[in-house]
Structures are given as structure tokens and as C-alpha cells.
Design a protein around this ligand. Structure first.
Ligand SMILES: [Zn+2]
Length: 166
């Protein structure tokens, strides 16, 4: 799913962890729960509009992603203090797979032989297996524009939960 969903989930899990436990266990619980949440959320992400590749010629795709990026930045600014641990942990898998691993591979490992890129082991490969094993029954809306509705619904629900908890 989109970064917004992971950001808000991280905030909620940090609020709950800090209510449940004292320092330093509240930090530890936040990191563990938020990290795990990424696997669960991405495993059900097929019910949302989420194309595997960028579709820069598609106006709908471009507008949706501009909105998503803007709201992600706004929510990060709003919640970073004091929820940065939850936010960072909930987004860690994306940061690792799509930024750190790609930089490492592009700098040190990739040669002109492009086939080598297929040998990169992403954490998301494991998430794909969880999705196939447990959530194959969910409808696949990854390429359906209507798939933004479940995401908007989930984001709204998470915002309501944060509003209630705070
Ligand atoms: Zn992800």
C-alpha cells in the first residue's frame, strides 16, 4: 500500500505501545509491531490501486501519486515528533528494499549484465509469498482505478483511530 497507510499505522502502534509499556520496552514493542505491520499491510495491498511499474503516461496514475506523495509529506511533518520511531519502523521495509538495496546494487554489484538485477533478494519477495499463501482470495485491484477507494477508506479509518486515541 501507499506510504500514508504505513505512516498512520506506525503512529497508532507507537501510541498503543507507549500506553502499554514503560521505557525502553515501549520503544522495542513499537519497532517490532510497526515492522511486522508492513508485511500484513503489503500482503493485503492487492485490494488497492498499486501498479507494479510507474505509469507516467497515465494522467490518473500521475495525479493519484502526486496526491499520495503530498499527503505523505504532510502526515510525516505532522506526526514525526514524537512518532518518528513508529513511522520509520512501519516504512523500514520500503526504505530497505526500494532505497538502500537499490543503491547498494546499482553502485557495487550491477554490471552491464542486467539479468543480475533479477537476483536481488527483496524483503517484498517474502511478502509476495505471504500474499499468495494467505490472501489469494482477495480481489486484485492493483490495476483498477477503483482500487483507490479501499486505500482512502483504510486511511480514513486509521485517521479516526488516531483521533480517538489522542
Ligand atoms: Zn512495502
Amino acid at each position: 500500500m501507499e506510504a500514508i497507510t504505513h505512516i498512520l499505522t506506525g503512529v497508532i502502534l507507537q501510541i498503543l505501545s507507549f500506553r502499554l509499556l514503560i521505557t525502553p520496552w515501549n520503544y522495542l514493542l513499537t519497532i517490532i509491531l510497526a515492522f511486522i505491520s508492513h508485511f500484513l499491510i503489503d500482503a493485503v495491498a492487492k485490494i488497492t490501486y498499486h501498479t507494479a511499474e510507474p505509469m507516467k503516461d497515465d494522467t490518473f496514475w500521475v495525479i493519484w501519486h502526486i496526491i499520495v506523495i503530498l499527503i505523505s509529506i504532510i502526515f510525516t511533518i505532522i506526526f514525526i515528533n514524537p512518532y518518528w520511531i513508529g513511522i520509520l519502523s512501519a516504512n523500514f521495509v520500503d526504505i530497505w528494499d526500494w532505497i538502500i538495496i537499490r543503491i547498494i546494487y546499482s553502485k557495487y554489484i550491477l554490471t552491464p549484465d542486467k539479468n543480475k538485477s533479477s537476483k536481488i533478494i527483496y524483503i517484498h519477495t517474502f511478502i509476495d509469498k505471504i500474499r499468495e499463501r494467505f490472501f489469494s482470495w482477495l480481489p486484485n485491484l492493483n490495476y483498477k482505478k477503483i482500487g483507490i477507494l479501499p486505500e482512502i477508506f483504510i486511511i480514513s479509518g486509521l485517521l479516526i483511530i488516531i483521533f480517538i486515541l489522542k
